[in-house]
Write a protein that binds this ligand. Structure first.
Ligand code: F6R
Length: 242
C-alpha cells in the first residue's frame, strides 16, 4: 500500500485528479470505477476543470459506480445516478451509454447484482477503482462483516452509515435502508485502487485501515491485500497513523 500525505484536502483532491488524468491520457478506453460522497465532490470539480481547461477527454472512457441505494429511481435527486450527473457526467464528455450504476429499482435485485458483475467482466474488469471510506471503514457500502471475497450484492446499511448520510436526505427516516454495492472481492479485482480520505473525522478509521489487522469488520483493511493500492490523505486524515 502506498500512502501519500498532502497538506490539505484541496491538494489531496488535486493529486487524485492528476493520477486519474494520467491514467486516462495513457489509456483513453480506461474502465474507471467511481465513488460518491462528500469527499469526492472536490475531486470531480477538479476533473471537470481539467476537462474544460486541459481538454481531458472522457469520450472513450467507461465508468462503473460502486453502489446505488435500493428503491430509488435513477431520476430521484438523492440517487447516486443523479449525484454523478450533477458532479461529473453532466459536465464532461462522457457518453451516457458508457456510464454504469446498479439499478436500485430492479425488480429482481439478485439478478441485477449478477448482471452488474457480468458487465464489469465483459469490459475487461476495472482498470482504476476510486474509493472513499466511511466512518466505520466501509468501502462502497461494504458494511462491517462484509466477507473479504464478497461480490456485488444488497447490503443493509448500519446505523453509523445511516447517520453519516442522513443529512443528504433531510433525516434518517427518509433514507433507504439498503444499497446494492460492489463486493470487497469485486473491488480487490480492480487493477489499481485509489482511495481518497480527508478531514479529522477520518483520522481514526484511516489509521485502522492502513495499519490495523485485516478484518471483515473494517472492509477497507482488505485493501492491504491489493498489489497496487494508493491511498491519498490530507494531514488531518493522516494524523493518527504511526
Ligand atoms: C459511496 C461510497 C462510500 C463513500 C464513503 C465516504 O459511493 O463508496 O464508501 O465513499 O461513505 O463518504 P463521504 O465522502 O461522504 O465521507
Amino acid at each position: 500500500m502506498e500512502v501519500i500525505i498532502q497538506p490539505n484536502a484541496d491538494a489531496a483532491a488535486l493529486l487524485v485528479a492528476r493520477l486519474i488524468a494520467k491514467e486516462l491520457r495513457a489509456n483513453p478506453h480506461l474502465v474507471l470505477g467511481l465513488a460518491t460522497g462528500r469527499t469526492m465532490e472536490s475531486l470531480y470539480a477538479r476533473l471537470v476543470r481539467m476537462h474544460r481547461e486541459e481538454r481531458l477527454d472522457f469520450s472513450l472512457c467507461r465508468t462503473f459506480n460502486l453502489d446505488e441505494y435500493v428503491g430509488l429511481s435513477p431520476d430521484d435527486p438523492h440517487s447516486y445516478r443523479q449525484y454523478m450527473h450533477r458532479h461529473l457526467f453532466g459536465q464532461v464528455n462522457l457518453d451516457p451509454r458508457n456510464t454504469h450504476l446498479p439499478h436500485g429499482q430492479a425488480p429482481d435485485l439478485d439478478a441485477e447484482c449478477s448482471h452488474y458483475e457480468q458487465l464489469i467482466e465483459k469490459f475487461g474488469g476495472i482498470d482504476l477503482q476510486l474509493l472513499g471510506i466511511g466512518r466505520a471503514g466501509h468501502i462502497g457500502f461494504n458494511e462491517p462483516l462484509s466477507a473479504l471475497r464478497s461480490r456485488t450484492r444488497v447490503k443493509a446499511l448500519t446505523p453509523v452509515t445511516l447517520a453519516q448520510n442522513a443529512p443528504m436526505f433531510g433525516g434518517v427516516e427518509q433514507m433507504p435502508r439498503r444499497a446494492i454495492t460492489m463486493g470487497v472481492g469485486t473491488i480487490l479485482e480492480s487493477h489499481r485502487c485509489l482511495l481518497l480520505a480527508t478531514g479529522e473525522e477520518k483520522a481514526a478509521i484511516m489509521a485502522k485501515a492502513v495499519e490495523g489487522p485485516i478484518t471483515g469488520m473494517i472492509s477497507a483493511t482488505a485493501l492491504q491485500l491489493h498489489p497496487r493500492c494508493t491511498v491519498v490523505v490530507d494531514e488531518a486524515a493522516a494524523s493518527q497513523m504511526q
